[in-house]
Structure formats: structure tokens, C-alpha cells
Design a protein around this ligand. Structure first.
Ligand code: NAI
Ligand code: COI
Ligand code: MG
Length: 360
């Protein structure tokens, strides 16, 4: 079959890591006799430089015409890059938020899995790691603080700034359903994370999640406050199966979850809605500090490509082959610098992509 795949290379390490994921997809196409037609889409800093806007209408329309989109990462150094002298709605991140909203991608799934082979790279104590852990952060992606009204203003001679956090029942319900659906395919436990001791939006979140839970009697539901969850993730990550949470909490907790797997360079993600379309991207950013040096870890992007095969193209066998190739390369002792440990062979971004593609 032939599929149209949108490709957002983006900024910083984006083009380097996407090149390696495409190497892997090309190998899948060859082995499984499929055809992937790649269409480049501009987003973020690259789009600002080319068009003056972080996302053009044309780019959004192209993304909508694709069967799925694979993305690297966008953004620059937020202190030194000229992009951050622009008004907020013209900066690279505004393009990312706009494409997520424009494509209706309300459910962001970020699996955090500790590979047996990476126990040495995990900063947690051996007795905490135990047999390892395997959790998913199900993050609401198109509501909450990042999408509320915001402004900076003068009042009584003082400069003030406000951001607003709004959720509707419907927005909470649809992400909760996704969280419970995923839990049904896993270990049947949902930890809903909020700040219901303070925030009205969290109290509504908790009420709606409780309602949705009625339809999933087999799933164990617990509620946890976000500050406690941040602590529990490093104290005992094994306790979690599905962490269901709102946009900003999920953004922060998933970065934390990534580090207990060894590196943020390992954490893939799928941004989904109803139906088969999805946008697949690593959970990390554009890592401007290491861009252009061939040292970025491409595994998060390669695992995101695997999620694309699984969730958008129903190609479970090919996705399993990619996941297996990643595991095999780690078993064979190859490491990028972020997951390097004693006795292993250090390789660059390109070499890691080639080694994984060779194992498919
Ligand atoms: N989805 C996206 O495109 C995202 C974009 N950003 C943007 O990225 C830019 C940089 O943000 P930061 O806060 O520095 O976060 P970051 O995730 O880009 O980097 C944080 C740290 O992790 C390291 N790192 C990240 N990915 C890595 C990889 N694949 N291999 C090895 N090391 C890796 C970086 O070198 C850095 O030390 C900002 O402009 C931010 O807005 C941030 C998060 C997500
Ligand atoms: C623009 C940000 C919300 C991007 C980010 O940090 C993320 O999606 O993880
Ligand atoms: Mg983030």
C-alpha cells in the first residue's frame, strides 16, 4: 500500500533525528513491500525563517492531507535565539501549538519504558528499579494553560501577566476515555493527576474522570495530586500504569518520567484524535546545545516512527520489528552519549540510525 507521510524536520537536532527515523521507515517499506511518500512540512523556526510565520495555512493544509505526520522538534535557545525577540504568537512554539490544535490532536501518549539493557543509565537505585517499569503518560494536548487567554499589562504602575487555565467537561471526558481505553489494553490501572486541592479546573477534571470510570469497572482508578506524583515518579515508578493528566502537568511529568528511563532521548510520543491520523514526535525539544554535532539520540524519534506504523497504518508486525531492532541494538552494546555506560560502544546519531535499520 502507499501512504502519504508528512515530515516536519524542524529545528536544532530535528533534521538529524528525523533523517535516522526515515532511514528506518525506508527499511520497513523495503522489507514489508509498502510505499511511504514523504512530504516536507515547515514548522517552528524553520518556517519563521522561510515565511515569517511559525505555521502557514498552506503547511497546516498539507499536514491535513497526509495519512500521518512524523516530526523532529522545533524551537531554539530561548535566551539567545532571535526567534524569542518576536511576539509570543510568532515564536516557534506558537506553530507547534497551532498545528496540534489545527489537527485536533487532543490526546498525547508518551510511553516511558525502562529497557533491561539501560538499567545502568537509570539514575534510580537498584532496589527502586527492581524488575523495571513500564508506564504511559496520557496527556491532554489542546486545552488548559497553553491555550488559554494570556496577556501582559500595566496596573497601578506595576507590570502584571496573566495566563488562564480552562477545561470543558467535554475536553476532559474525551481524554479520560482514551486513558481508560489504553489502561484496558495494559495493566488496568489509571492514576489521574490533578491539583484538586487548589484548582477549580482540577475539581472538574476529577468529577468527569470519576464519571468516565463508571464505564470501566475493571480498571482501578486512583487520584493523585501533581506534586505528590512528581515525587512518586522517582520514589517508585513501578506503581504507575497509565498517568492521565492535563496539558501542562503532562508536559512536565513526561520529561521527568523520561529521565528515569535513562534519557529524554528515549521517550517517544503519539498525538492522536479519533480515527487513524496522528502526529508522531519525540517528547524532547530541539536540544540546541547539541545540534549539528551528530551526538543526539535518535531512538525517541525512531520509536515514534514505530508508533506511527502501529497507530496510523495498522502495521503491528513492522512496528514490532522496529521496537525489536531498538532493543537488539542496545543488547549489542551500542549507546549514544546520553545513555553511555562503562564497557559499551559509543556511537553517533547517524550510526545509531544505521545500526537500528540494519536490524530490521
Ligand atoms: N515538541 C517540541 O518540538 C518541543 C520543543 N521544545 C523547544 O526546544 C527548545 C529547547 O528546549 P530545552 O528546554 O532545552 O529542552 P530539550 O528537550 O530540547 O533539551 C533538554 C536537554 O536534553 C537534551 N536532549 C534532548 N533531546 C536529546 C536527544 N535526543 N539526545 C540527547 N540529548 C537530548 C538536550 O541536549 C538538553 O540538554 C526550546 O525552544 C523549547 O521550546 C521543547 C520541548 C518540546
Ligand atoms: C511548546 C511546548 C508545549 C512543547 C513541549 O514542551 C512538549 O510538547 O513537550
Ligand atoms: Mg515538553
Amino acid at each position: 500500500m502507499s501512504y502519504k507521510v508528512g515530515v516536519i524536520r524542524g529545528d536544532g537536532i530535528g533534521p538529524e533525528i528525523v533523517a535516522e527515523a526515515l532511514k528506518v521507515l525506508d527499511k520497513v517499506a523495503e522489507k514489508y513491500n509498502e510505499k511511504f511518500d514523504y512530504t516536507d512540512i515547515l514548522l517552528g523556526g524553520a518556517s519563521i525563517d522561510a515565511t515569517g510565520k511559525p505555521l502557514t495555512e498552506e503547511a497546516l493544509e498539507t499536514a491535513k492531507s497526509c495519512d500521518a505526520v512524523l516530526m523532529g522538534s522545533i524551537g531554539g535557545n530561548t535566551t539567545t535565539s532571535p526567534w524569542y525577540k518576536l511576539p509570543a504568537d510568532l515564536r516557534p512554539e506558537a506553530g507547534l501549538l497551532a498545528i496540534r490544535k489545527g489537527l485536533g490532536l487532543f490526546a498525547n501518549m508518551r510511553p516511558a519504558y525502562l529497557y533491561e539493557e539501560l538499567k545502568d543509565a537509570c539514575p534510580l537505585r537498584e532496589d527502586i528499579i527492581g524488575d523495571g517499569f513500564d508506564l504511559v503518560v496520557m496527556r491532554e494536548l489542546t486545552g488548559g494553560l497553553y491555550f488559554g487567554e494570556r496577556k501582559t499589562f500595566e496596573e497601578d504602575g506595576v507590570t502584571k501577566a496573566v495566563d488562564t487555565l480552562t477545561y470543558s467537561e467535554e475536553e476532559i471526558r474525551r481524554i479520560a476515555v482514551r486513558g481508560f481505553d489504553i489502561a484496558m489494553k495494559r495493566r488496568k490501572k489509571v492514576t489521574s493527576v490533578d491539583k484538586a486541592n487548589v484548582l477549580d479546573s482540577s475539581r472538574l477534571w476529577r468529577k468527569v474522570v470519576n464519571e468516565v470510570a463508571q464505564d470501566y469497572p475493571e480498571v482501578e482508578l486512583e487520584h493523585m495530586l501533581v506534586d505528590n506524583c512528581a515525587m512518586q515518579l522517582v520514589r517508585d515508578p513501578k506503581q504507575f500504569d497509565v498517568i492521565l493528566t492535563e496539558n501542562m502537568f503532562g508536559d512536565i511529568l513526561s520529561d521527568e518520567a523520561s529521565m528515569v528511563t535513562g534519557s529524554i532521548g528515549m521517550l517517544s510520543s503519539a498525538s492522536l484524535k479519533e480515527g487513524s491520523f496522528g502526529l508522531y514526535e519525540p517528547s524532547h525539544g530541539s536540544a540546541p546545545d547539541i545540534a549539528g554535532q551528530n551526538i543526539a539520540n535518535p531512538i525517541a524519534t525512531i520509536l515514534s516512527a514505530s508508533m506511527l506504523l502501529r497507530y496510523s497504518f495498522n502495521m503491528d508486525e513492522a512496528a514490532d520489528a522496529v521496537d525489536h531492532a531498538v532493543k537488539q541494538v542496545l543488547k549489542d552494546g551500542y549507546r549514544t552519549v546520553d545513555i553511555m555506560s562503562e564497557g559499551m560502544t559509543k556511537v553517533g546519531c547517524k550510526e545509531m540510525g544505521t545500526l537500528i535499520a540494519e536490524r530490521i
